[in-house]
Design a protein around this ligand. Sequence first.
Ligand code: NAG
Ligand code: NAG
Ligand code: NAG
Length: 453
Amino acid sequence: MSSSASAAAWWARSRVRILLPVIFLAPALYFLLSPPSSPPFFFTLPTSREESPSASGSRVIWAQRRVAEWRSCGWWRAAMPAPSRRNGYIRIDCYGGLNQLRRDLCDGIAVVRLLNATMVLPKFEVAAYWNESSGFADVFDVDYFIEQTRGYVEVVKDMPEEIASKEPFKVDCSKRKGHFDYVETVLPALLEHQYISLTPAMSQRRDRNPSYAKASYCQGCYNALRLNKNVETKAIELLQAIPKPFLSLHLRFEPDMVAYSRCVYTGLSSKSLSAIEAARGEDRKALTGEAALLWRNRGKCPLTPSETAFILKALGIPTDTNIYLAAGDGLMELEGFTSIYKNIYTKSSLLTHDDFEKMHGNTKAALDYYVSVSSDAYVATFFGNMDKMVTAMRTMQGHQKTLVLSRRAYANYTAVGLSGEQLAMAMWDAHREEYIMGRGSALPEQCFCEFKL
Ligand SMILES: *[C@@H]1O[C@H](CO)[C@@H](O)[C@H](O)[C@H]1NC(C)=O
Ligand SMILES: *[C@@H]1O[C@H](CO)[C@@H](O)[C@H](O)[C@H]1NC(C)=O
Ligand SMILES: *[C@@H]1O[C@H](CO)[C@@H](O)[C@H](O)[C@H]1NC(C)=O
């Protein structure tokens, strides 16, 4: 028998055996082989730089093997059925700094969908602190937002003439205490006026929303907000100017936030102390004695730059690491950090003076946000609005080297008298535990799911 004949015979015998599984596997193969639809970063795995051995080997926090991590959940990736009728138009009014504006917008998207309303472009009302006017379109890409929210929530640029000619009826949510029900309290006003504006109340529970509202929140907040072309171009320019690899550090130690924390510190310069005093109001008086200690042990006190440097060293992060300081002006006691970590980069050191001077506060915040989402590693010394957005977006993109330092662990161990090498070991253990458990990047929200490794 020639070899081709035996091959034909074998093929005849095996055909069924080979073809059957192929038929059953076809849909799965098609799914695996076809290019991913829409946002390409869904399901991206951590990039290969996660595995690259670092100079200081396994004593680096990032080299620790994780047992769990957070990823974007699948359930909200498919658009939900559209509501059968629309109850009117809602404008979400957002106040404060960029990350607060964004948080309110995200909550607002869920409210609009919950009420089966149509969203008009949100109003970004920037607080006096920022001394500027920077609307939604000045920071974010409007067309992208509309396109990406399609199927989740309807967003329009223009309204029918008869509605657009009036100012929206303002519904004040801030006066409503506790957990109120938007359908019960806001829907009647929407039906009556057809066009309302509101600022979502912070106290509102998101987890009680029906799944179509939750899905709209996830999609709108994490997949539909992209910086507009101008800001993005500037952000890319900044990112390219930073030597790689680099760690982005969100350091917070400004007079107003320290005053607000009501914490007391020893060893600060008299210049810092008087800046803190100047920022204190009647209701921000520093705590004293036992109350101050308890407060500190609950993790309420911002880490100083030198405490931050101490913890980073304890985590094995080499002192020659390139560090981008994602922070505004006005950090106090910065020498406590820069005397240890010397390769420091900031917006103001990398952008031309002209660019920097002309820039809005919101644009500056947007640059820090963009660089921090894109950095090799991100460390936050606090868990504020920016840190929540950045850690969530990093998770969306599969960047897992993300850590929020534990103010509580630092306070507790120093309170029981640890210092030097012992304190460093305690910091290592506490943060290692957080990191390998996938905590630290703390994502309690419904949009992310824990994934056991
Ligand atoms: C909104 O539409 C959904 C169907 O998508 C419906 O179940 C719900 O009751 C509607 N809610 C309001 C407030 O109209
Ligand atoms: C705010 O803006 C005004 C006018 O543009 C300017 O004169 C003023 O110095 C600014 N204030 C601060 C604190 O930047
Ligand atoms: C720190 O101390 C507080 C109260 O003393 C305790 O509740 C908390 O669990 C401790 N945290 C850590 C990280 O040790």
